[in-house]
Design a protein around this ligand. Structure first.
Ligand SMILES: [Zn+2]
Length: 177
């Protein structure tokens, strides 16, 4: 079976704990986000330290390398969104087809060492960006193309679930707060 496009609307993670990875983003303090990103970044090298990180466990599941490349791009993409929300009023987010990106960018063929390096850089950068958000900006808004409206505060909680969930996808280790 080929990779199934992820069409699920993940905004429910803002309302309740994720049964799979164990993170409860609904009760997460915004100021905890940067350290959670740093912690997540630090765990990816071990997650890719397998004999062949480019091998998919089955055809319907991304390889560790593909997950890492995706998380790197999540870091980059949300940094752009956060910046847009801080610098303009209720910006629309550009649509992002994650599965098309994985194919177009050939995640499967990327170099694991480079991907880990880029993931670490992008992760540090977005952690710092969230750290620098002043309290007065937490209620600033942005809008996704499907109509979902986020504040900087809810965007942060929504965002941080993604790398944590994908690390769980790769390692099977659930999030422990
Ligand atoms: Zn999860």
């Amino acid at each position: 079976m080929p990779i199934e496009p992820d069409t699920k609307n993940w905004t429910w993670v803002l309302q309740r704990r994720c049964d799979a990875c164990g993170l409860d983003a609904s009760s997460l303090p915004f100021r905890a986000i940067p350290d959670l990103v740093d912690d997540n970044v630090a765990r990816w090298p071990a997650a890719l330290a397998v004999p062949d990180p480019a091998t998919r466990p089955d055809e319907a599941t991304w390889s560790p390398l593909e997950y890492a490349a995706h998380v790197r791009d999540v870091f980059r993409r949300f940094a752009v969104r956060l910046d847009a929300m801080l610098t303009s009023d209720v910006p629309p987010f550009a649509n992002w087809d994650q599965d098309a990106t994985a194919r177009a960018e050939r995640y499967r063929d990327q170099d694991p060492t480079t991907v880990l390096q880029e993931l670490a850089e992008a992760g540090r950068s977005i952690a710092d960006a969230f750290r620098a958000v002043p309290d007065a900006a937490l209620a600033r808004a942005g809008r996704r193309s499907d109509g979902s409206v986020f504040t900087v505060e809810s965007l942060g909680r929504y965002f941080v679930h993604d790398p944590i969930h994908h690390l769980f996808d790769v390692t099977g280790e659930r999030f422990v707060s």
